[in-house]
Design a protein around this ligand. Structure first.
Ligand code: ATP
Ligand code: MG
Length: 563
């Protein structure tokens, strides 16, 4: 057992294997990499890979590289590189080296020449469709290309001229010469270089041939002396090719690929292709829309790096596919914020209450604990005046017996203040309740003889004179169905939940909240955990709800509904 083992982290097959290898003296230290392709933002699935890679390297005395797998210039952009760097750093990780597969283009080109000179690669001048058909199927072997027998000199000459830009896209490809009859289609002479006259975000116009993912990935691992190349299960069938290339090339080290199951979460999609569509077709407000499963979206929603790391540790690493409920992610956030988030008061759907026996024009400052379970967070002063806001659904005119909030003639305690009684209900012409007239019990204030007088319910409130008007955004699942991409006949965007965003324009916050910074998360008592949106301004505050509370009201409401 390693001395750096973290007892809290559940073990997994990768960790067990590495521990065994280290014990046998095969490795002094473990070097891993996180290899995103910069063609989109990182999502929560990537977080699973990031946490695993950094945890293994840290536990076994090594380090992790951030490697941009930028071999396909078509959809890769600098802004994605910037966003990925920001997200990995935000999660709390420091990579040892920042690497780019494109930095190895010259070396990879030399490696391809090496294969040609060994008779292990050839230039095929057929079109992509013909090559695809000739590779056969799972039940039928492939057929040799007529160019498979090209001479070494001819291959070298053509390949050099491919690089020199003499040919248009698709005129030739370079293929590894392995085994057209292999039961593994990946070994049936895979294409390792394509002609593509396309500028690259980093190498510009220097190249018009680009290596395939399979050719670039393992060799990049070897160049960086990666010991364990951790990837998702869909690459399991590629491992023989990964190994074949590493064995047949003069690479400086011998990495090993290990596959694990990718993360799936219900009511969302975790494929960059689908996430890109959501953004490009305007179904969401950009990559960082708080409903997106991207790290940027979760951050804007109010998720903390700790909650995401804890989630990734909790779900563990296995070789079998599973779907994790979104609620598991939310529970990790709740558990984190419950401990840390200061408590504040805000009213989302306001109903005016006039305290008839509170002197007009007067203000009383009340002492309120920032966190009832954590005295270390101190107290603040909250003002109250004759007119206050309460939540519309904290009042019911025809209230059932178990409704412990405000009803005509009933009493309730105002959080951090005193007990009020509802004396009169004011309605408009249409019969809607527009105002309550209540009297307060001065004896029930903190420090007064009736401070401990018990009433069944406690509700939150905001002083109308002091409250800060704000926009509050409430989020629900982005999709209406657990697996939006399950049915191939239905476009996944048709499953988007039309009610996934609810915007409340007339919320009232206790004063001071308008000055909160983007990562100043807090609990709005009884309503959930909230964080200011990056667009929030002191004169126009905007708050996002990160997650609801699992509070007694929810359960009570359930009980009321079920009679
Ligand atoms: P997508 O399939 O959404 O396009 P990708 O795998 O192409 O994602 P990459 O940028 O290539 O995206 O991924 C970088 C790393 O993150 C890879 O090692 C990949 O295996 C891992 N990864 C991607 N999605 C998940 C996921 N859902 N769960 C775990 N790891 C993932
Ligand atoms: Mg990929």
């Amino acid at each position: 057992m390693s001395s750096t083992e973290q007892p809290s982290a559940p073990t997994n097959f990768i960790r067990n294997r590495i521990r065994q290898e280290v014990a046998e003296g095969r490795y002094q230290r473990v070097i891993t990499r996180f290899p995103p392709e910069p063609n989109g933002y990182l999502h929560i699935g990537h977080a699973k890979s990031i946490v695993l890679n950094f945890a293994m390297a840290e536990e076994f005395a090594g380090y992790t590289n951030l490697r941009f797998d930028d071999t396909n210039p078509e959809r890769e952009e600098q802004r994605y590189i910037d966003a990925i760097r920001e997200d990995v750093a935000w999660l709390g990780y420091r990579w040892e080296n920042e690497c780019y597969a494109s930095d190895y283009f010259e070396t990879l080109y030399e490696y391809a020449l090496h294969l040609i000179d060994q008779g292990l690669a050839y230039v095929d001048s057929q079109d992509a469709e013909t090559i695809r058909i000739q590779r056969g199927t799972l039940t039928e072997p492939g057929t040799d290309s007529p160019f498979r027998a090209r001479s070494g000199e001819e291959n070298r000459d053509l390949y050099e001229r491919m690089r020199a830009g003499e040919f248009p896209d698709g005129a030739h490809v370079l293929r590894a010469r392995i085994d057209m009859a292999s039961p593994n289609i990946n070994l049936r002479d895979p294409v390792i270089y394509r002609i593509r006259h396309q500028a690259h975000p980093r190498t510009g116009d220097a190249w018009c041939i680009y290596p395939s993912y399979d050719f670039a990935h393992g060799q990049s691992d070897a160049i960086e002396h990666i010991t364990h190349s951790l990837c998702t299960l869909e690459f399991e069938d590629h491992r023989p090719l990964y190994d074949w290339l590493v064995e047949h090339l003069p690479v400086p080290s011998r990495p090993h690929q290990i596959e694990f199951a990718r993360l799936n979460i219900d009511f969302t999609v975790l494929s960059k292709r689908r996430l890109t569509r959501l953004v490009e077709e305007g179904h969401v407000d950009g990559w960082d829309d708080p409903r997106m499963p991207t790290l940027a979206g979760l951050r804007r929603r109010g998720f903390t790096p700790e909650s995401i790391r804890n989630f990734c540790t909790e779900i563990g690493v296995t070789k079998s596919e599973s779907v994790i409920p979104f609620g598991v992610l939310e529970r990790n956030l709740r558990d984190d914020l419950n401990v840390r988030a200061p408590r504040r008061m805000a009213v989302l759907r306001p109903l005016k209450v006039v305290l008839t026996n509170f002197p007009e024009g007067e203000v009383e400052w009340l002492e309120a604990a920032n966190h009832p379970q954590d005295p270390g967070q101190g107290n603040r002063q909250v003002p109250i005046s004759r007119e206050i806001w309460i939540e519309q659904d904290d009042f019911l005119e025809q209230a059932p017996r178990k409704f412990f909030r405000l009803k005509p003639g009933g009493e309730v305690r105002l959080r951090n203040a005193f007990i009020i009684r509802c004396d009169e209900v004011i309605k408009d012409a249409a019969g809607n309740v527009v105002e309550l007239r209540c009297s307060f019990d001065p004896e029930s204030r903190s420090g007064q003889p009736g401070a401990d007088r018990k009433v069944k319910g406690t509700i939150h409130w905001v002083s109308a004179e002091h409250g800060v008007k704000a926009e509050v955004r409430l989020y629900d699942r982005l999709f209406r169905v657990p697996n939006p991409s399950a049915d191939k006949e239905v476009d996944f965007v048709d499953h988007i939940n039309p009610d996934s965003l609810e915007t409340l324009n007339e919320a009232w916050l206790e004063p001071g909240l308008e000055k909160a910074a983007p990562d100043d998360f807090c609990q709005f008592e009884r309503l959930g955990y909230f964080v200011p949106d990056p667009a929030s301004r002191p004169d126009q505050p905007i708050f996002n709800r990160a997650v609801t509370l699992r509070d007694t009201w929810a359960r009570l409401e359930q009980a009321l509904k079920s009679g």
